[in-house]
Unconditional design. Structure first.
Length: 131
């Protein structure tokens, strides 16, 4: 299947998001993971919207599976974000309490940042795939 420049740009955005995620995950960089998630959240709806321009793609079983996988992954990301934020909040509270704050200071423990979805990525993306 031949793709125009716009479609190649979308694939490039997704590839860059995957690279950013892999590097951030490997180094434990939460900010990098958040950035990669935001990049993917902005690019995926564009990819899914391509099916409007390519009817063969819209009818493809693999593309239908991609749609289902995308929704499942989005749900998992939301669940994991909530779990991480809960754990980070508990940790941040614990290192501020006496006597934990003394030990935390001695050990060099610092507050964890909370993982927030970018404004554009918040909420559920509604995509109509009527065949």
């Amino acid at each position: 299947m031949q793709y125009a420049g716009h479609e190649k740009e979308i694939f490039g955005e997704l590839t860059e998001a995957r690279k950013t995620f892999a590097a951030a995950s490997k180094s434990g960089d939460v900010s990098g993971v958040m950035a990669a998630e935001a990049m993917a959240s902005l690019a995926m709806p564009k990819l899914l919207a391509l099916s409007e321009d390519y009817p063969d793609l819209k009818a493809n079983a693999n593309f239908a599976a991609l749609q289902d996988d995308y929704k499942e992954i989005e749900d998992q990301v939301t669940d994991q974000r909530q779990l991480y934020n809960s754990s980070a909040t508990n940790f941040n509270t614990a290192i501020e309490l006496v006597p934990n704050n003394i030990v935390a200071s001695f050990k060099g423990c610092t507050s964890r940042i909370l993982y927030e979805a970018q404004h554009q990525a918040r909420g559920s993306v509604e995509i109509n795939f009527d065949i």
